[in-house]
Design a protein around this ligand. Structure first.
Ligand SMILES: [Zn+2]
Length: 308
């Protein structure tokens, strides 16, 4: 399996975001990618410049960051042509890697807007190299800039940052430095195209936590009532554990939490987030993670505070 490390540049409505197309806040103008083989050795490069079809003028901010002007982009091809070339170049067996989750979301949004078909795997696994970098260096999900990571590994600044191919190359070099075991273990799941039915639901066991992405529901209430959603399952032995604190939400009702105890594997924390789709339907992302005794105390405290 190859790794395709991708970076995109995009433009936005020059007179302000709210003046632009609702379904195309960012229009992709450049795709840069690096292909690495299974040993993370360089195998090839891709670069495509896109002639914008929606926002013909460059937003001031875009220009300040990437220094592309209208004349440069006149040389580009249509989004459809570049994306088709890109997917042909990717080959058959690969997994994407990017600095943060944004690029793949914008790629899918742009493909939807311009009605370009793409063969994304189901489930769509990828490597969020920004997240991997934080895990490798600090064990936390603290987002750093790509430049920070390049300096962290003492890599040379060969080209200016913020052009698609240069950033893809820097990201690939950072990726090459990372611990292989960690990369293999902590892949991310993209759910821009969320599971529709039960057959598409995704469950991944990461060793110290698990992630579940549900099918769609008609309402948030319906989702939260489903026993499959409410169930707290120990990812180590698979048994459904008894809850010590039942599901409760924080004040803004964005996340729901619960606390359970597996007699064999100790405390477990459940976290649910209900996401709304563009079509107004709902799906759930549930994370179950291991918890220390102190961690369990924290959950109890949170619950009591909210109860008052
Ligand atoms: Zn267990």
């Amino acid at each position: 399996m190859d790794y395709i490390i991708i970076d995109l540049e995009w433009n936005q409505c020059p007179t302000g975001r709210d003046q632009g197309e609702k379904d195309l806040v960012f229009e992709i103008i450049e795709i840069g990618a690096v292909k690495l083989d299974e040993n993370r050795k360089l195998k090839g490069k891709f670069h495509g410049l896109i002639k914008p079809q929606v926002y013909r003028e460059i937003h001031q901010k875009t220009w300040e960051i990437i220094h592309i002007d209208k004349q440069d982009l006149e040389q580009g091809e249509s989004f459809e042509t570049v994306v088709k070339d890109f997917f042909a170049w990717c080959g058959e067996d690969y997994r994407f890697g990017t600095w943060g989750p944004m690029d793949l979301i914008e790629l899918q949004k742009n493909m939807e807007y311009f009605k370009v078909e793409g063969a994304f795997q189901k489930p769509f696994f990828y490597y969020d190299i920004q997240k991997l970098f934080a895990l490798e260096t600090e064990g936390r999900k603290n987002p750093h800039t790509l430049e920070y990571a390049v300096d962290y590994y003492g890599l040379e600044h060969e080209e200016a940052f913020h052009r698609a191919l240069a950033d893809a190359q820097y990201t690939a070099r950072v990726f090459q430095r990372m611990n292989e075991g960690m990369i293999k273990r902590y892949f991310s799941i993209d759910y821009y195209h969320n599971p529709k039915s039960e057959a598409d639901e995704v469950y991944v066991d990461y060793g110290n936590y698990s992630k579940f992405i549900s099918k769609e529901y008609g309402s948030k209430e319906e989702a939260l009532k489903d026993r499959k959603i409410r169930r707290l399952q120990c990812f180590r032995c698979g048994s459904t554990v008894r809850k010590r604190v039942n599901w409760f939400s924080n004040s803004v009702k964005k996340n729901y939490y619960c606390l359970g105890y597996c007699p064999e594997h100790g405390y477990l924390k459940g976290r649910i987030r209900v996401n709304k789709t563009k079509e107004g339907r709902y799906f759930v992302v549930k994370i179950v993670s291991q918890l220390s005794k102190e961690g369990a105390k924290e959950i109890r405290k949170k619950y009591k505070e909210l109860e008052l």
